[in-house]
Design a protein around this ligand. Structure first.
Ligand SMILES: Cc1cc2nc3c(=O)[nH]c(=O)nc-3n(C[C@H](O)[C@H](O)[C@H](O)COP(=O)(O)OP(=O)(O)OC[C@H]3O[C@@H](n4cnc5c(N)ncnc54)[C@H](O)[C@@H]3O)c2cc1C
Length: 332
């Protein structure tokens, strides 16, 4: 068995029978049938995966394609990027070229191929807004397919890929960027950070710096403190439910989400006094209640207990069910 524990940012043990690197589209087509004949796990940067069962009797597929192919037409830039390109390096490289649109998504860990999986988002921007199409290998049909943004069924931390894990391998994504800045600074925290840093709200590079500043101050670095970012999704509830909750909890932050409202899961967990709470080696981060950290050789069982405590408590007090955001391998 191969020890892949170090390839996930939560550092729960992971061993696999086989590891296969995919370095090109042709390579994916050749290896596709072999991969399809056994259980498969696609692994990029491992920053959004929780391993509940350590022994994986199958093949771990690592899409390491690092292509970067821009087509410039006037002010618009169509950029096809390989699945193995590190996401933050991509954001920085596009900014260096003066191609804008990804600045709010700076410093999100992981590889480009995983970005469409949960439709990564931060500071008011989601991947879907800049995505034109995705090139995939479908292990079930054993063929290449191209899906447009509409066909990807993007939603809040959701896509067709999240609904059917390990069926489709993302090989590349095609992005729509622009040489004309379209700054998105509706988040108060970005404006405050711009002020602190002396940056301009019209400059995408300054916005990226502001986002990095906030993230470094707020989120634990997975290199130093193993974590997978936000552990729970912000629950989306009907407006009547939100109105009732607002009467009991006037400070509970909520945001419009279509006809419904999105509640701040971190606030609820914090309100219940969970910051710093630990079970074995796992703990709720002491500054960011939505992040669970593996503080000291935590086990999957420690994590299960901690998740259970948080979910039960939130359900009892607020009447809402928290859903886990990262992908899970093995049973909770
Ligand atoms: C400190 C920290 C902060 C974070 N902040 C954010 C944030 O602000 N917003 C946000 O949305 N996320 C955030 N995340 C979560 C994570 O970084 C993203 O979801 C990222 O896109 C995961 O990339 P990865 O390569 O590490 O994916 P992995 O963890 O390797 O994989 C995640 C899932 O995607 C699948 N997958 C990976 N690559 C492919 C592929 N090529 N084809 C098909 N399936 C694939 C895997 O099978 C798995 O199911 C954060 C994580 C951390 C640790």
């Amino acid at each position: 068995m191969f020890d892949l524990t170090g390839l996930t940012t939560l550092k729960l043990p992971l061993h696999a029978r086989q590891v296969l690197k995919i370095s090109s589209v042709e390579n994916a087509c050749i290896s596709g049938p072999e991969i399809a004949s056994q259980p498969a796990l696609i692994l990029g940067g491992g920053s959004n995966l929780v391993v509940f069962e350590p022994e994986f009797e199958g093949v771990v597929v690592r899409p390491e394609i690092k292509t970067f192919d821009p087509v410039i037409d006037g002010d618009s830039v169509t950029l096809e990027v390989g699945a193995g390109y590190p996401w933050h390096a991509l954001v920085m490289k596009t900014l260096e070229h003066g191609w804008f649109g990804l600045e709010n998504l700076a410093l999100i860990p992981g590889w480009t191929g995983a970005a469409p999986v949960q439709n990564i988002g931060a500071y008011g921007v989601e991947f879907a807004e800049r995505c034109e199409r995705v090139l995939l290998y479908d292990f079930e049909a054993q063929t290449l397919i191209r899906l447009t943004t509409d066909e990807m069924e993007f939603g809040y931390r959701h896509s067709i890929l999240k609904a059917q894990p390990n069926r489709f391998l993302v090989l590349s994504v095609t992005l729509n960027l622009s040489r004309i800045p379209e700054p998105r600074v509706e988040y108060g925290a970005i404006r405050e950070a711009l002020e602190t840093l002396g940056g301009s709200a019209d400059s995408p590079r300054d916005i990226a710096k502001a986002v990095m500043h906030i993230r470094r101050a707020k989120l634990p670095d997975p290199e130093l403190t193993p974590n997978v970012g936000s552990f729970f999704k912000n629950p989306v509830v009907r407006s009547e439910v939100a109105d009732r909750l607002a009467l009991d909890f006037p400070d509970l932050p909520m945001y419009p989400s279509g006809d419904s409202r999105k509640l701040a899961a971190g606030w609820m967990i914090d309100h219940l006094g969970f910051k710093g709470r630990s079970v074995g080696g796992f703990a709720v981060h002491d500054q960011q209640a939505l992040v669970l950290v593996n503080r000291d050789k935590g086990t999957a069982q420690d994590l299960r207990y901690l998740i259970d405590e948080i979910r039960q408590s939130v359900k009892e007090t607020f009447g809402v069910s928290l859903q886990i955001e990262p992908t899970q391998l093995g049973r909770l």
